[in-house]
Design a protein around this ligand. Sequence first.
Ligand code: SAM
Ligand code: SF4
Ligand code: F3S
Length: 453
Amino acid sequence: MEKDTLLEIKKLIGEKKPLAYVRSFGCQLNISDGEKIKGLLKKIGYDFTEDERSADLIILNTCAVRENAEDRVFGIVGSMKKLKELKPSLIIGIAGCMTAQEHIAEKIKKSYPQVNFVVGTSAISCIPKLLLDCLKGQKFGMDIEEYDDFSAEAEQVRECAFKASVPIMFGCNNFCTYCIVPYVRGRERSRNSEDIISEVRGLVANGCKEIMLLGQNVNSYGSDRGEKDAFPRLLRQLNEIDGDFIIRFMSSHPKDASRELIDTIFECEKVANHLHLPLQSGSSDVLERMNRRYTAEKYLETVNYIRSRDPEFSLTTDLIVGFPNETDEDFQATLDIIKRVRYDNIYSFIYSKRSGTKAAEMEDLIPDEVKSKRMRQLLETQREISIDNYKRFIGKKMRVLADDVSKKKKGFISGKSNEFIIVEFEGDTSLIGQFVDVEIIDAMNWAVIGKII
Ligand code: SAM
Ligand code: SF4
Ligand code: F3S
């Protein structure tokens, strides 16, 4: 941030600390960007509020992955017109993936006069300049150019003291035909391993118990620099850091799920016994039209290798239902594969057409009711698998990082096991942020229940 800009802003806002409301939508990478935006605002002199009505500055850090995510943001921006009428000095900025689509940025400018500025995903560092222009009375500002990733150097206001997300790469090169991400996040750029290691070391020294390494395709880390196996190497280096903490990562692309990566997971005691491996569809035909670059058979080979090392290893996945012209047979293939793999959990989405992507040009004759019916069937199948799967933990000991009070059971604490399973157990709030050993006594379809040992 330029020193002059900072000084000018400080002069304009004076002694009083104005309040900022920053809300992030979408994936964990975007949430991490939101923490960086907060870091910038803190440096400028802002405090934070969870109530938009008391805010002097509102920043919505948006997601564009599905149409409903965009509609939600448009709804919220629309409702902010009232807030602006009540407080004309309120500054509203829109950041994140929606803004990287020119037609959306233009729509915001044209139809939502309450918005003061629009800032692109690679222009976060320009927020102070845009803010300064607004404070000086400029009606609208926009910066959606590509600059930097604003990564390692950025101070973050982290939402949680004991769990931290660490982006290790930005962008995506895969161009899955349904997906907007490569268009709004640009090409893959990996951070230096030294920067990542020193960031993780600092976090652990400050008491952080869980590190989540982030990337749209984490396991291709380093391939933009022509490095082979750079991700397993990074995991091994992070595993060497002293301290009691757990390493997770998300998302892995099946095409890059090498044996070396799997061996690394098993050989590094701090790396979690869990792999999120997005399948998207069980039909090789659909996978080809999605440009996923693996077949269902190849995916199963990877799963079989993992399960040959540990038959109970925890896997989760992402699935898309109703990709253009997905046939009943294609959908049946998805059901078959989830029954074979027996995921502990799935994240499933009805296909959403994203303008500018290849799939948006594909003819789609499947009625919406069919897509919804398939979704219900998928969820029902998984529900049965999850409850049955979770029974394997009954009578076993699990080490849980307690992270919140239970939303469903009074007097209970909720946490995640090493295997990424939600565990609830009776306990008090002083346990939050600690590893707790529990014995599992019951299983549900969304969690297991334990008692402290
Ligand atoms: N990079 C990760 C990967 O390849 O698995 C995840 C990216 S995306 C943010 C998260 C999930 O959203 C994807 O795995 C996919 O299932 C889903 N998704 C992406 N585009 C979609 C679309 N147009 N419609 C429905 N779901 C979509
Ligand atoms: Fe999207 Fe595919 Fe990249 Fe994931 S790998 S972000 S689904 S293009
Ligand atoms: Fe959404 Fe952007 Fe993430 S489109 S899922 S916030 S990279």
